[in-house]
Design a protein. Structure first.
Lengths: 755, 183
C-alpha cells in the first residue's frame, strides 16, 4: 500500500530540524512500527544535500570581494543583510553586507554608487554607520558593505528597555543631529525609519543606509517611477515621496516625525501596509494622524499632550513648507521640551492653532465617546430609577443632550460607526420621550426637544446622510420635531431663528416625503418652508440656507414633473443663494456641500433633460472641485470620500453617453471599487449599498454593450449581491432589484446567443 | 496591448477571465525581454529567467497603481508563464537551432542559466513537478514560484497566503522529493 505523502512530509520536515545523530531515535518515535512509512521518510532524508545548489538560484556566495560571509543577520524590503569579515590580509574588519534583491537595474545602481561613494564616504558621524564598499555578486546582484554595528533595532530597544519618555526623546535628538549633519553635507537619507536605526551597546543610536535609497532609485530616465517606487517604506514616506515629487530636507524631517510618533506612542501614525498605492497616496496626502497623546498610554499621554503633540504633528505636516525645515529645528524643539521651555511649534497664529486643534482631536473625541456610552448609559438608568424627581429631570435633559448631540456628532462621520450610532439613538429616544411629557409651556425646552427629535430622525433615515435605513421611524420623529417647532414659532412670531427652525423642519418633512415618493406632499412642504421664513422681516444665515434649500427641493420636483424651464430657474435661484452664503462664509462647509449637490442636480438637468453633455460635464466639474475642498477640509470624513467616489461614477455616466465607452467603464470600476471598500467598513450604510447596487447594474449594461459579457455578468452579479443586503421595507429597493434582474436576464440571453 | 495593471487588479478581485487575458501578453513579453537582454550587452549579467520575470514586472506594471501583494501576485503568474516558455523552448531546442535567430539564442541562454544554476534539466524537472503536484499540489506550486518566478520565501508565502515558516518547511521537503525523483 502506498504511503500517504501528507504524513511523510510532516515527519521529514520535522526530522530535518533534528541533528543527524539523533535522527534514528526521532524516527523510532515518529514512525513507530510502520516500516513502509519509515522507509519512505528515510529515502527522502537521504536523497541529497539541502545546502547544495540543486534548485537554489539565489545562493549566497561564500565570499564577496575581500569579504568572507559569516552569517545572515536579517532581511528586509531591499534584500538580505549578512555579517562578513574582511580577511584579505590587509586588515581585519567585521562588516555588514547588504545584498540587494533581484529586480533592480544593477548597472544603474552601481553607476550611481560610484558617483555617490565619495560623498557617502565623507559622512563621518558617531551616529551614522559608514558605507565602506560596494560591488556585484557573481549572479549579478548589487551589494554594499557597511560598518558593522552590534546593537538592537531602535523600536525593540525602546520597548524592551522600558525607556522613559525623556530617554526616548534624547535618542530622537541624537538621530536628528545625525540627519542634520548629513543634510549639512548635502545628503538626504530618504528612507529614515525605525528599522534603519540600531542602538549600539553604549546606548547611542546608529543610522543605517544613509543615501542608499537614492542609489536604488532610477535617475531621470523613463523608468523613474517603476524603480523609485520601491525604494521607500510606505509607512514612513512623506506625502511628496508617495506622490513621486522631489524631496528635500523637510522630507527627511517628516520621516523623523514618523519615527518620533512611533517611539513615543508605540504605534505608527498610519497603517498603510498592504494598501494599494493609490490609497497610500490618498491617506498620506490627506489624513492627519491622531494626536500622539490620544494614542499613547496613560503617563506618556499626559506628557505628550500639548507641546509635544504640536512638535510631532508639525514634523508631520502635509506641506513640506509647514514642517520644520531642518532636522536641527525639530531637534531644537525637542530639546526645548526637555528643558520645559516653550516650543516654536506653538507659535502659530490663533486661527492656525484652532484649526489644528479641531483636526487633531477629532478622532480622540470619537474614541472617547464610544467608550463612554456604556458608562453614562448605566448611570442614566440609575438616575431614572432614583427617586429625586427634580434632579432627575435636569439630569435627563443633560443626558439626552449629551447623547443626541455630542456623542452622535462625534461618531457620525466615522466609517464603521453604525452599530454604535444605533445604540446612541435607542438610548436617546428613551430619554426624549420621558422629557416631552413634562415640557409644559417651556419654549426653550421645546426647541431643544424639537432639535433632538430631528437629529434622531436624521440618524434613522435621512436620505442625504449616513443613516440606519428606517425611514418610517424617521418620519415619526420628524413629525414630533415639526409640531414642537410650530409651537415655538407661534410663541415667538418675530424671531428669525424660530422661523428658520420651522422652515428647516418643513424641509425635513419635504425630504422624507420626497424620499417616500410623495412628490406632491414634498412640494407642499417646500412651499410651506418658504412661507415660514417669509413671515419674519429679516433672515439670518440659517434662514437664507432654508431659502436656498427649499428652492433646491422645488427645482428637483419641477424637473421630475417635466417643467424643465421652471426647474432650471429655481435651480439657479438656489445656486445663487448658496453662492452668496459660501462667499460670505467660506468655512460654511454645510452650504458648500449643498452647493456641490446643486451643481450635481444642475448637471443632471443638463444631462437627462437637455442632453447637453458639455454643460453637464462642466457643472459636475464645479461640483467635484468643491467636493475636493470638502474632502481636504475633513479628510477623516467618510462622507467627503464617498462624495468624491460617487462623483467619479457620475462622470463615468456622462462620458459613457459622450461615447467614451472604455474610459467610462474604467472610471465606473474605480468608483465602484472605492465605494465597495467604504461599504466593507460600514456594511449597514443602506444608501451607499443602494447606489452601489444600481451602479453595478449600470456597469453591467455598459459592459454588455461592449460585448464583454463575462465581465458584464460578474458586474450584475455583484449588484444583485449588494441589493440582497438592502432593507426590503425601503420603497427604493424594489425598482433597484427589478432593474438588476432585467439586466441579468439580458446578459444571460446575450451569452446564450453567443454560444 | 491590454492594460496589465488593470487586468491584475481585476484578477485580484476574483475575475478569472482576467488571468487568461494576461497570459498571451506575458508570454510575448518574456520572449521579447530575453531577446532584449542579450542585445544590451550586459557583460556582468548572466541571463536568469528570474531576472526576466522581474524585468517583465517592471516594464508591464505601473507601480504607482499597484500594491505589494499585487507584485507577488504578478510574479506568481509570471512564474507559470516562464515555466511554459522555457519548457516549450527546451522541447523544440533542436528544431529551433537550425533557425539561428536571436530569440533562440536568448532563450537558450536563459535555459542554460537555469539549468546550470539549478543543476537540473528543465524537461525532467517539469515532469517531476507534475508528479509532485499529484502528491501535493501546493509543494509543486512552491517549487514553480521559487524556481521559475524567482520569488523569495516571503513573496511565495504572500502569493499562497501561508506563513513564511510553512513555505520554508514545504520547500525543503519538496526539494528532497524532486532530488530523489530526478536521481
Amino acid at each position: 500500500m502506498p504511503v500517504d505523502y501528507a504524513r511523510v512530509k510532516v515527519i521529514v520536515a520535522d526530522a530535518l530540524d533534528v541533528p543527524p545523530p539523533s535522527r534514528a531515535a526521532f524516527l523510532d518515535t515518529r514512525c513507530g512500527a510502520d516500516a513502509a512509512l519509515r522507509r519512505e521518510v528515510e529515502s527522502l532524508l537521504s536523497a541529497g544535500d539541502l545546502d547544495g545548489p540543486f534548485l537554489e538560484l539565489d545562493q549566497i556566495p561564500d565570499r564577496l570581494g575581500p569579504y568572507r560571509i559569516v552569517s545572515e543577520i536579517g532581511s528586509g524590503g531591499m534584500g538580505a543583510v549578512f555579517a562578513a569579515e574582511r580577511d584579505d590580509g590587509e586588515f581585519e574588519q567585521r562588516v555588514a553586507i547588504k545584498i540587494i534583491k533581484r529586480g533592480l537595474d544593477t548597472a544603474a545602481v552601481l553607476r550611481r554608487f560610484v558617483a555617490e561613494r565619495q560623498i557617502l564616504a565623507r559622512l563621518t558621524h558617531p551616529n551614522i554607520t559608514r558605507l565602506l564598499d560596494g560591488g556585484t555578486t557573481p549572479d549579478g546582484r548589487p551589494y554594499f558593505a557597511m560598518e558593522y554595528i552590534e546593537g538592537e533595532p531602535i523600536g525593540d530597544y525602546c520597548r524592551a528597555g522600558k525607556l522613559s519618555l525623556d530617554a526616548r526623546i534624547d535618542l530622537l535628538i541624537a538621530v536628528c543631529d545625525a540627519v542634520e549633519y548629513a543634510h549639512h553635507n548635502l545628503v538626504l537619507h530618504r528612507d529614515i525609519k525605525a528599522g534603519n536605526i540600531l542602538v549600539a551597546r553604549d546606548g547611542s543610536p546608529k543610522l543605517l543606509d544613509f543615501g542608499i535609497a537614492k542609489l536604488l532609485e532610477d535617475d531621470d530616465d523613463a523608468q523613474q517611477t517603476a524603480v523609485g517606487a520601491r525604494a521607500w517604506t510606505p509607512t514612513a514616506a512623506s506625502p511628496e515621496q508617495v506622490r513621486g515629487e522631489p524631496l528635500s530636507t523637510a522630507s527627511d524631517v517628516y520621516a523623523l516625525g514618523v519615527l518620533a510618533y512611533e517611539l513615543l506612542t508605540g504605534r505608527a501614525p498610519y497603517d498603510v501596509s498592504g494598501q494599494p498605492h493609490e490609497h497610500v497616496v490618498r491617506i498620506v496626502s490627506a489624513f492627519m494622524p491622531p494626536a500622539p497623546s490620544a494614542i499613547a498610554d496613560g503617563r506618556d499621554s499626559r506628557r505628550l499632550r500639548g507641546d509635544l503633540d504640536q512638535v510631532i504633528l508639525k514634523a508631520l505636516e502635509k506641506s513640506p513648507g509647514d514642517r520644520y525645515q531642518r532636522a536641527a529645528e525639530f531637534a531644537e524643539d525637542l530639546r526645548r521640551f526637555r528643558l520645559r521651555l516653550p516650543v516654536s511649534a506653538r507659535r502659530g497664529g490663533r486661527a492656525y492653532r484652532a484649526r489644528k486643534f479641531a483636526a487633531r482631536h477629532k478622532r480622540s473625541l470619537a474614541i472617547a465617546a464610544v467608550a463612554t456610552i456604556a458608562i453614562v448609559g448605566s448611570v442614566g438608568r440609575a438616575l431614572y430609577e432614583g427617586r429625586v424627581a427634580d434632579r432627575r429631570f435636569r439630569d435627563l435633559r443633560e443626558l439626552a443632550d449629551t447623547f443626541v448631540f455630542e456623542f452622535y456628532d462625534s461618531i457620525a462621520t466615522l466609517p464603521g460607526s453604525t452599530p454604535a450610532r444605533e445604540l446612541v439613538i435607542r438610548r436617546g429616544l428613551e430619554y426624549l420621550d420621558r422629557l416631552s411629557k413634562d415640557a409644559g409651556s417651556d419654549l426653550d425646552l421645546k426647541r431643544e426637544l424639537a432639535q433632538a427629535y430631528e437629529r434622531i430622525g436624521v440618524a434613522q433615515g435621512s436620505f442625504h446622510d449616513a443613516n440606519l435605513g428606517k425611514t418610517s421611524d424617521a418620519r415619526a420623529n420628524f413629525e414630533k420635531s415639526l409640531a414642537l417647532f410650530e409651537a415655538v414659532s407661534r410663541g415667538r412670531p418675530n424671531d428669525p431663528a424660530a422661523a428658520a427652525d420651522l422652515g428647516e423642519a418643513y424641509l425635513r418633512m419635504a425630504a422624507v416625503t420626497d424620499f417616500a415618493g410623495h412628490r406632491a406632499d414634498a412640494e407642499a412642504f417646500d412651499r410651506r418652508a418658504l412661507d415660514a421664513i417669509a413671515r419674519t422681516p429679516a433672515l439670518d444665515s440659517k434662514g437664507q440656507l432654508v431659502f436656498a434649500m427649499a428652492n433646491f427641493g422645488l427645482a428637483e420636483i419641477l424637473a421630475s414633473a417635466g417643467k424643465i424651464q421652471d426647474a432650471l430657474e429655481t435651480r439657479n435661484r438656489s445656486i445663487s443663494a448658496l453662492q452668496v452664503l459660501t462667499a460670505k462664509s467660506p468655512d460654511d462647509w454645510q452650504a458648500l456641500h449643498y452647493l456641490a449637490q446643486s451643481y450635481k442636480r444642475l448637471m443632471s438637468l443638463y444631462f437627462s433633460q437637455l442632453k447637453d453633455n458639455d454643460r453637464a460635464a462642466a457643472a459636475l466639474a464645479l461640483a467635484m472641485s468643491i467636493d475636493q475642498r470638502l474632502a481636504a477640509h475633513d479628510p477623516s470624513s467618510a462622507v467627503s470620500a464617498l462624495d468624491l467616489a460617487t462623483d467619479q461614477g457620475l462622470m463615468a455616466t456622462i462620458k459613457h453617453r459622450a461615447g467614451e465607452a472604455d474610459a467610462s467603464i474604467d472610471l465606473m470600476r474605480q468608483s465602484i471599487g472605492a465605494r465597495r471598500a467604504m461599504l466593507a467598513v460600514d456594511s449597514r450604510n443602506f444608501r451607499l449599498r443602494s447606489l452601489l447596487a444600481q451602479d453595478s447594474g449600470k456597469l453591467g449594461t455598459w459592459l454588455r454593450e461592449q460585448h464583454r459579457l463575462l465581465e458584464a455578468r460578474d458586474a450584475v452579479q455583484q449588484g444583485l449581491e449588494l441589493a440582497a443586503g438592502l432593507n426590503p421595507d425601503n420603497p427604493d429597493t424594489t425598482p433597484i432589484l427589478k432593474a438588476l434582474q432585467t439586466e441579468a436576464a439580458a446578459t444571460a440571453s446575450a451569452l446564450r446567443a453567443r454560444r | 496591448m491590454p492594460n496589465i495593471t488593470a487586468l491584475l487588479s481585476r484578477a485580484q478581485q476574483g475575475d478569472k477571465a482576467a488571468l487568461d487575458d494576461m497570459l498571451p501578453t506575458l508570454y510575448e513579453e518574456l520572449h521579447g525581454l530575453a531577446h532584449l537582454y542579450l542585445s544590451r550587452e550586459r557583460s556582468n549579467h548572466t541571463l536568469q529567467p528570474t531576472a526576466l520575470v522581474n524585468e517583465a514586472y517592471l516594464r508591464l506594471i505601473d507601480q504607482r497603481q499597484i500594491d505589494w501583494r499585487n507584485r507577488a501576485h504578478f510574479l506568481g503568474i509570471a512564474a507559470q508563464v516562464m515555466r511554459r516558455v522555457l519548457l516549450h523552448h527546451a522541447e523544440h531546442r533542436d528544431a529551433l537551432k537550425r533557425g539561428g535567430d536571436a530569440e533562440r539564442v536568448s532563450l537558450d541562454e536563459a535555459l542554460d542559466c537555469l539549468e546550470r544554476h539549478a543543476v537540473v534539466d528543465v524537461r525532467l524537472l517539469d515532469a517531476a513537478m507534475a508528479k509532485l503536484a499529484a502528491e501535493d499540489e501546493r509543494q509543486a506550486r512552491i517549487v514553480e514560484l521559487r524556481v521559475f518566478g524567482g520569488l523569495t520565501i516571503q513573496e511565495t508565502a504572500e502569493v499562497l497566503g501561508i506563513s513564511d515558516a510553512t513555505v520554508k518547511r514545504e520547500w525543503r521537503v519538496a526539494r528532497l522529493w524532486l532530488r530523489r525523483e530526478l536521481s
